[in-house]
Ligand binder design. Structure first.
Ligand SMILES: *[C@@H]1O[C@H](CO)[C@@H](O)[C@H](O)[C@H]1NC(C)=O
Ligand SMILES: *[C@@H]1O[C@H](CO)[C@@H](O)[C@H](O)[C@H]1NC(C)=O
Ligand SMILES: *[C@@H]1O[C@H](CO)[C@@H](O)[C@H](O)[C@H]1NC(C)=O
Ligand SMILES: *[C@@H]1O[C@H](CO)[C@@H](O)[C@H](O)[C@H]1NC(C)=O
Ligand SMILES: *[C@@H]1O[C@H](CO)[C@@H](O)[C@H](O)[C@H]1NC(C)=O
Length: 245
């Protein structure tokens, strides 16, 4: 009798785990960011086994898994990153979508005597066009970094490195000459515009609609920010609104 109760309890616990597991790992369409694999591929009996293998072998870092229904090959994964590379034959991707599932992001803070500013951001040095960079950020529930205050601008300089040119989330793609921020489409104010650009920039008219920070190797000397052809490829910073964390 006691054994029966134990068996019943065991089945009950497994059923509960399976229900929860199925609910947290949701089928995900991969676009722009891809799973970072945690361990070697393994043969399993079912999708549920794959989830359990991932959680038991990597309890703190399992955020999803790739599972091919016809080959029953299971690949545990941590979060999504634009540095990973997709493999189409891996089958379906099941993902526990939460902020901790994006390993490249972390808190950045800058303080001086009077002010402080924080951002939850990731710096990506794999160069992309402005549109690709924005799409990559969006696939990780973020947007290109915005700097609506001077101290936030210093934080951007602090996150990025001098050696790279980096997109910032500022463009006049929609209306020529009207530069708007990537998070909410608000136009840059006169003060920040004069702070970011050194006259005669921005000077691109219709050909240069996206804003980047120049690198020390850049031919545009003595400028910090410049507008450029959005098809150029630069590194970029993605930022999650702090209210979403
Ligand atoms: C599963 O793997 C096989 C063999 O590699 C491949 O042909 C098939 O396309 C894969 N299935 C999916 C859904 O990707
Ligand atoms: C999914 O992510 C949430 C938030 O990080 C976490 O609380 C939960 O335990 C995760 N679920 C699984 C099955 O890993
Ligand atoms: C702190 O930083 C802000 C923004 O960069 C600047 O305006 C201010 O002068 C700084 N204060 C001190 C004491 O450095
Ligand atoms: C970044 O922040 C660190 C620590 O606050 C500081 O030492 C460093 O000078 C900053 N770098 C830039 C480029 O602002
Ligand atoms: C940007 O550059 C690409 C390739 O270098 C070119 O084909 C395109 O016409 C340029 N776009 C604009 C708006 O000048």
């Amino acid at each position: 009798m006691a054994l029966l109760v134990l068996i019943y309890l065991f089945v009950f616990v497994c059923a509960t785990l399976s229900q929860e597991t199925y609910m947290t790992f949701v089928k995900h369409t991969l676009r722009w960011a891809w799973p970072t694999l945690l361990g070697p591929a393994r043969s399993v009996r079912s999708r549920l086994d794959c989830a359990i293998h991932c959680l038991q072998s990597f309890p703190s870092s399992c955020h999803g898994y790739l599972y091919n229904e016809s080959t029953k090959i299971c690949k545990p994964s941590s979060g999504l990153s634009p540095y990973s590379s997709p493999e189409p034959s891996d089958g379906d991707f099941y993902f526990n979508d939460s902020q901790s599932s994006y390993p490249d992001f972390r808190h950045h803070t800058l303080l001086n005597e009077t002010q402080s500013v924080s951002a939850y951001a990731g710096y990506f040095t794999k160069p992309l066009t402005y549109t690709e960079a924005q799409a990559t950020c969006q696939s990780m529930h973020s947007h290109l970094f915005v700097a609506k205050s001077v101290i936030k601008y210093f934080l951007f300089l602090n996150i990025t490195t001098k050696e790279y040119s980096d997109w910032i989330g500022l463009d006049d793609l929609a209306n020529e000459g009207r530069f708007v921020w990537a998070d909410d489409g608000q136009e840059i104010d006169v003060y920040m515009k004069s702070y970011l650009f050194v006259s005669p920039q921005p000077d691109g008219q219709r050909n240069e609609n996206c804003v980047y920070k120049t690198s020390i190797h850049d031919t545009v000397k003595a400028l910090t920010f410049n507008d450029a052809n959005c098809s150029l490829t630069f590194s970029y910073v993605c930022e999650v609104d702090l209210s979403l964390i």
